[in-house]
Design a protein around this ligand. Sequence first.
Ligand code: HEC
Length: 230
Amino acid sequence: MRQAFVGRSADDLNNSRRQWEQMRRILIGALGAVFAGMAAALVVAYQGWINVAADAPHGQAVGAIIEFARERSIARRIGGIVPPPDLDSPERMRRGAGNYEAMCAECHLAPGVGNSELRRGLYPAPPKLAEAGRVALPRPEENARRFWIIKHGIKASGMPAWGAGGMSDEDIWDLTAFIAALPGMSPAQYRREVAASGGHSHGGQPAEPEGTPSGGAAEAPAHDHSTHAH
Ligand code: HEC
C-alpha cells in the first residue's frame, strides 16, 4: 500500500488530473443536456403546441409511455392491499350492483350497451368493464388494483377518486366484487342484480353548497333526466 503512494510519479498525477478533467466535461455535458431538455419543454408548453383537447388522441408512443407509467404507479401502491375473505359473496355483489348502475355505468357501460354520450367524449375512454380486463393479473392483485383505482381515481382522466368523494372501503370492495363478476354477465342478469340491490346506497358525502371552504365543487341541484332533451 505504502509503495503506491510513495512511488507516485508525475505521470500518475497527470493521468488522474486528465481523468478528473474528462469526468468534469461529461458532467457539464449531462447537466447542459438536462437544462436544454427543460428549456425545450418550457418552450413547447409556452407556445401551446401541446393539444389538450379530449378529441385529439395522443400519438402511439406518448400513449404507450402514459400507460406504462400508470401501471407501474399502481403496481407500486397496491402492495399492502388485502381483499376481504368474503369478496366473492353474493351479498357483496348485490350491494355493488346498484351503486355500479348509479355511479359507474354511464362511463363504463353495462352488459349489452355499446356506448354512451358521456363515454364517447372522454379521453382516455373508460374501459368497458363488462368486457375482459385490459391488464392480466393474478386474481388477488387484480382485485387490489381495481380497489385502488376506485378509491384513488386516475389523474387527468375521467376516473374520480371515489374515496375522496366519501365512499367507504367496504362500499368500494362491494363494487370490486361486482366488477369482477361483470365480464360475461348477460344484460338480463345485470338488470336482475341491479333490481335486487338496494339501489344507490353507498354512504357518500352530501353535495356541498357553493362557497364551502373545502373548495369542493358544488353539485348541480337534483334534476330530472327525463326532461333533458337535446
Ligand atoms: C366520468 C367517467 C367515469 C366514471 C363515472 C367512473 N369511471 Fe372508472 N374510469 C374512467 C376512466 C376514463 C378510466 C380509465 C383511466 C385511464 O386509463 O387512465 C377508468 C378506469 C377505471 C378502472 C380501471 C379499469 C382497468 O382495468 O384498467 C376501474 C376498475 C374503474 N374505472 C371503476 C369505476 C367504478 C367502480 C366507478 C363507479 C363507482 C367508476 N369507475 C366511475 C372513467 C370513469
